[in-house]
Write a protein that binds this ligand. Sequence first.
Ligand code: DP6
Length: 400
Amino acid sequence: MAEEKPLTVVTCTAPVNIAVIKYWGKRDEELILPINSSLSVTLHQDQLKTTTTAAISRDFKEDRLWLNGEEADVGHPRLQSCLREMRRLARKRRGGSAGAAAPLSLAYKVHVASVNNFPTAAGLASSAAGYACLVHTLARLYGVEGELSEVARQGSGSACRSMLGGFAQWLMGERPDGKDSIAQQVAPEMHWPELRVLILVVSAEKKPVGSTAGMQTSVDTSPLLKHRAEAVVPERMAQMIQFIRQRDFEGFGQLTMKDSNQFHATCLDTFPPIFYLNDVSRRIIALAHRFNAHHGKTKVAYTFDAGPNAVVFTLADTVDEFVEVVKGSFPPESNGDQFLKGLPAGPASLSDELLSTVVLEPVPGAIRYILLTKPGPGPQPLDDPNLHLLGADGLPRSSA
Ligand code: DP6
């Protein structure tokens, strides 16, 4: 008989994703069921990730949660939904063949610690990576396998797509119980090796309206959103999947920009209107179109979520030149910060023609930094016990 360990600990990491066909609007608030399907690119965890440690012990008195080192409210309804679902799945799985100790450990309280390696204030989708990581980590802790995007979805809609690497679609489903509202991989991360992603961080301000509240108002008031969900997105989903399968950057880029623009149009059509793009966002949009016009084809494609930061897709052979164009258009302020973070880029010299037609009216300091990354894999276990965020006492390590 194996001796019972005082503490069972699991640590995993999970990625951020960026939608190219946007999710905006729920038909069921409780279960987080969307009014349209959506599709995203999973970003590489070498640049952006959430790390989560979950531990169970007979000695824990209550469920507890630490986010970026600070204790947080474990009673949050969406966190509770995920915890409840994972415990239910674990119970179900062990119902038949389980050993004697298993049902007991399910009654144990859990401690969870989670950290992001990127600033939450940068407006990057931390809740998607956070809930994907929580669900994946609890699944490993409880030995649950199979369809888990459905559980991550109940933490945050976009989180279900972070359960998969590469290119992922979230099928809206039809059932009222949400069993068919799940994420599926469209293509793995190595499918399109040349694809690159630049995040242009324009502002660290907190967004004015959160996505959860924003999309609810949109559902209640925007006729454009209703039209989009019913008549536009179904066809776009099919087109986007084709463009990705064929690695057609022209098609992928055009549709990505159009879908971002339509999402922001539904925000303007919301009453009262919601503004996520700011002046710098709009300058980036204009810059991308000038850059593409100069080249006579789609070389860069922007998309914006519920905030002013731009995410720009491009191919490896265009990165150096575009980074140089961004530097020229938004000359970095020497604030000690490195302007290009993440993957490296090489030098590029810009032609006079490009400088005179694309790099117009520079705005110093408007972009804080660029983060260069690429598509990446889904959630991963971290097997090195030194990397656990919780110590042997089940409390956050001082370094966490
Ligand atoms: C604009 O997934 O954050 O990023 O389901 O209420 O948690 P909740 O919303 P959330 O919304 C994401 C909206 C978006 C588009 C997208 O990621 O598809």
